[in-house]
Ligand binder design. Structure first.
Ligand code: FAD
Ligand code: 2HG
Ligand code: ZN
Length: 475
């Protein structure tokens, strides 16, 4: 655990928590004020176990009014805060850097309403994504996003990071599916943008500012989300292919043949398959290949969809575009195939330290980055693996070593960010900037854009108490 790795960082000019503050918070959220160090430990440490803060206080509000009272108090006192949902963020954004007060949305888990006709779900920010998906599923609807962390991440955290995941290809980003947001501003004022309308062009669309704001502008307390129809027929195929160009050829052919029923198109390389086999003992159901493609379809007619997918598979095999493949229509087999892809993040942690990169790249340059990094890190890493949402142009490149090594880090950064910038890619496709990547923002954003972002931050949060040291660059 490595906060000492950032020796140059100075704590901001914030107040230090006193006993009187704790007593005041007890009045606002009675019985939900946690100061016990052992209880705070998990909230101070991120999912990757690479950053750790030293907060002395965790607050667990249940209502928007309680969040408003907490922030109003913190604002007056000059106490810095960090909003926290499921704490599954991968860029060190969800935990304190120093002693920021942690405001958890765990108890803000009420589902407020679901309009079955329009598909509009209204809920509090602390609802767990999988719980929401089960809930809307009972009415034949689905959440418009899905990710490996669905069992613990909160919808508020998903919105704050603008999470992408494996269904973005089909349903688009949260900027399109979120209809309304309620947020508490750092001053304690409640910002009501809780529309449930699909169309509303009455001025600036302020809710969009909170999607991807990573807790730096306020705390999202509730949202309304448009849920699409849940596909009643789901099939999954896993294919092996020899080259990365082959993955792209399959993608083109898949879109052509499957059209509107395509829900996901993911890829992983052979090093990823070895990783999941060695560290989690999950077995590859097809022959070993340099690359693997996972295709999911979701439609309304099982026989018709299956026919389309098996037709695609047969054609790909006949033409030699796929070396091997398997098709699953039964839920346990579907889930087993998805686990190979979705549990890679977990498998990496078993190697020791994980250097995690999440980039957008043009498909023409996509896998070359993995090849270049592997060559560069020869002898300095346990593994270099490439996988991700290839259908969205989003590569996850992960490097592991038994423990943190400054030499390995110096070989990776800033090389990787320069490489991505040269391709006009993004240094964060979906995980955000958080604490770890904020100083590389200029690799993907212009000076004018960052300047306006800073001006917005100063306007909304003049005291800088909301999730300091995150998203915006240190200089
Ligand atoms: P947290 O980790 O608690 O917080 C994340 C950030 O949001 C922090 O900056 C925090 O301060 C802020 N925040 C949290 N709640 C609020 C709120 N209510 N108001 C304001 N700010 C808030 N991400 C993807 O995009 N796609 C994936 O496919 C994906 N897969 C993942 C798989 C695994 C196994 C894991 C561990 C993570 C994955 N992630 C993925 C990253 C992560 O799950 C997402 O970023 C998720 O959206 C974070 O939600 P959370 O509730 O855990 O937020
Ligand atoms: C995924 O798509 C997540 O599995 C995590 O975004 C990515 O482990 C990663 O790097
Ligand atoms: Zn991802």
């Amino acid at each position: 655990l490595t906060s000492e790795r950032y020796p140059k960082l100075q704590r901001g000019p914030f107040a230090t928590l006193t006993d009187a503050d704790v007593t005041s918070f007890e009045r606002i959220v009675s019985g939900r004020v946690i100061t016990e160090p052992s209880e705070l430990d998990g909230y101070n440490t991120d999912w990757l176990r690479t950053v750790r803060g030293s907060s002395k206080l965790l607050l667990r509000p249940k209502t928007t009014e309680e969040v408003a009272a907490i922030l109003s108090y913190c604002h007056d006192r000059g106490l810095a805060v960090v909003p926290q949902g499921g704490n599954t963020g991968l860029v060190g954004g969800s935990v304190p850097v120093f002693d920021e007060v942690i405001i958890s949305t765990h108890l803000m888990n009420n589902i407020i309403s679901l309009d079955e006709v329009s598909g509009t779900l209204v809920c509090q920010a602390g609802c767990v994504l999988a719980t929401l998906d089960d809930h809307v599923g009972q009415c034949g609807l689905t959440m418009p996003l899905d990710l490996g962390a669905k069992g613990s991440c909160h919808i508020g955290g998903n919105l704050a990071t603008n999470a992408g995941g494996v269904r973005l290809l089909r349903y688009g980003s949260l900027h399109g599916s979120v209809l309304g947001i309620e947020a508490v501003l750092p001053s304690g004022e409640v910002l009501d943008c809780m529309s449930t309308l699909r169309k509303d062009n009455t001025g600036y669309d302020l809710k969009q500012m909170f999607i991807g704001s990573e807790g730096t502008l306020g705390i999202i307390t509730a949202a309304s989300i448009l849920c699409p129809q849940r596909p009643s027929a789901v099939s999954v195929a896993l294919l092996g292919c020899k080259t990365f160009q082959g993955v792209l050829d399959i993608f083109k052919q898949t879109k052509r043949q499957l059209g509107e029923i395509l829900t996901a198109f993911e890829f992983m390389d052979t090093a990823s398959m070895e990783l999941i086999g060695e560290n989690l003992r999950l077995s590859n159901p097809i022959g070993a290949s340099p690359f693997y493609v996972l295709i999911e379809t979701g439609g309304s007619n099982q026989a018709h969809d299956e026919e389309k997918l098996s037709g695609l598979l047969e054609g790909l095999m006949e033409k030699g575009m796929a070396a091997d493949g398997t098709l699953a229509t039964e839920m346990t087999k579907i889930q087993a195939i998805w686990s190979l892809r979705e549990r890679l993040a977990e498998a990496l942690l078993h190697d020791g330290y994980c250097y995690k990169y999440d980039v957008s790249l043009p498909l023409s340059a996509f896998y070359q980055l993995v090849i270049d990094m592997r060559q560069r890190l020869e002898g300095a890493a346990t593994r270099v693996v490439g996988y991700g949402h290839v259908g969205d142009g989003n590569l996850h490149l992960n490097v592991t070593s038994p423990e943190y090594s400054q030499r390995t880090m110096d070989l990776i950064e800033p090389f990787i960010y320069d490489w991505v910038a040269k391709q006009k890619g993004s240094i964060s496709a979906e995980h955000g900037l958080g604490f770890k990547k904020r100083d590389f923002i200029y690799h993907s954003k212009s000076t004018s854009a960052v300047t306006l972002m800073k001006q917005i931050k100063n306007l909304v949060d003049p005291k800088g108490i909301m999730n300091p040291y995150k998203l915006l660059p240190s200089k």
